[in-house]
Design a binder for this molecule. Sequence first.
Ligand SMILES: Cc1cc2nc3c(=O)[nH]c(=O)nc-3n(C[C@H](O)[C@H](O)[C@H](O)COP(=O)(O)O)c2cc1C
Ligand SMILES: [Mn+2]
Length: 464
Amino acid sequence: MRSNVPVVADLGAIIETLDARGRLVRVRSEVDPAHQLASIAAQFEGRPQALLFEKVRGSRWPVFIGLYWSRELLADLLGRPERSLPQHVASCIRNWQQRPVDPVVAPRGPVLEVTEKEVDLTALPVPTHADRDGGPYFDAAVVIARDPDSGVRNASIQRFMVVARDRLAINIDAGRHLEAYLAKAARRGEPLPFTLNVGVGPGLHFAAATPAEAAPIDTDELGIASELDGAPLQLVPGTTSPVEMAAQAMFALECEMVPGEVHPEGPFAEVTGYYATVAPRPLVRVKRIHRRRQPVFHTILSGVEVFNSVGLLGEANVLALLQRQVPGVKDVYFTHGGCGFYHAVVQMSPTRAGWSRQALMAAFAAFPPLKMVTVVDDDVDIRDPSDVEWAMATRLDPVHGILTVDKVFGHGLNPSFPNYLGAKVGFDATRPFPYTPLHDRARVRPVSLDGVDLVIPQPVKQPQ
Ligand SMILES: Cc1cc2nc3c(=O)[nH]c(=O)nc-3n(C[C@H](O)[C@H](O)[C@H](O)COP(=O)(O)O)c2cc1C
Ligand SMILES: [Mn+2]
């Protein structure tokens, strides 16, 4: 089954590849999926290696984590230079926008190898991550749904709390396409079927994380996975509804939401570093569970893994839109201090006075969760926080270079946007245009160390 599918489209093949390249840490001891698993994983966060928990208490299946917590790891897997990832993702999205490659639906696929006789979510190794989390969470599974009116497919990632053997509660942020679908289902007086696909490759994961600004509601964003994978995404038909499942997923849950049915959901330690609050949120009925014969449960650690999913996609999209609208834009980076998607640093070489401020406004318009945007010249390393601060310290005019916009829609998980409403701030840290030598950056001449006779001692540490 696997032979005609690219490695990056199959999590099983990805895990084998990481293992062969010395990029898979195996946790052999039995671990508790409640808290212990995430605590161990947190100690490896950011390393260019992922983790496989081979024995998870109470379940037959292993747990995989860490695919997205290092861009070095991701770049190595995708065979691209690390810094070109946003450009690469942006060009895949652009190709999809111009000539979408539709997914292929085949009658069988690995995810249909086993269909469980009964739905029992407690048999799955679903981890409970942070101390105050309200329960075990699916936090990396891809939702596939269909617009109840038009039939267009949508992909997204939402967090799901396990609330019973066959029930989940879902968090759908304001403005998501799934929210619009649920409202349409309510108007039609129908339930909304969807599938929850656990254990997919980065192609489908990134397609699901592609923001609505790049993949509007009338488009089938599953085709983005085909671009990233380099081959059409494979689906299998649903068995309880017309909604398909990812053929290569490790597990696929066929689910439905009945409009109006809710259940308390939360708390959950979010990407922001804060707990999401408990509130009544849509209840999900799980109708059937399919899986591979030897599945691995995929989860992510809330934090850098999300910065590199939502953040990377946001970055790619802001870069693509800015390059279309603002001359001189070179690169965009979403900082980690900004939770991966609240602070964009834009690098540009302005062609006229005023374009840097135009870039500020365009960046806010391109990605609504942004709260801060900083624009710098092309002699500043946007991935180095000290260099960005240097530009602010020496080039920002606090009277004319700061733009604030009050009472604007933002990201609901950000505590400075209660009820999705708050203020945003842009910093123009570019040099005044036209440039004068006053703002030339002093540099030593680049000289190669080749052929320079050097004696470099190891410093001897003195006892304290
Ligand atoms: C790991 C991860 C977790 C996410 N969790 C949620 C969530 O709980 N609720 C939500 O509405 N969006 C969540 N998102 C963001 C959406 O999946 C993302 O914005 C997506 O583009 C929405 O799809 P849509 O534009 O089709 O609505 C998450 C994204 C990632 C990568
Ligand atoms: Mn969408």
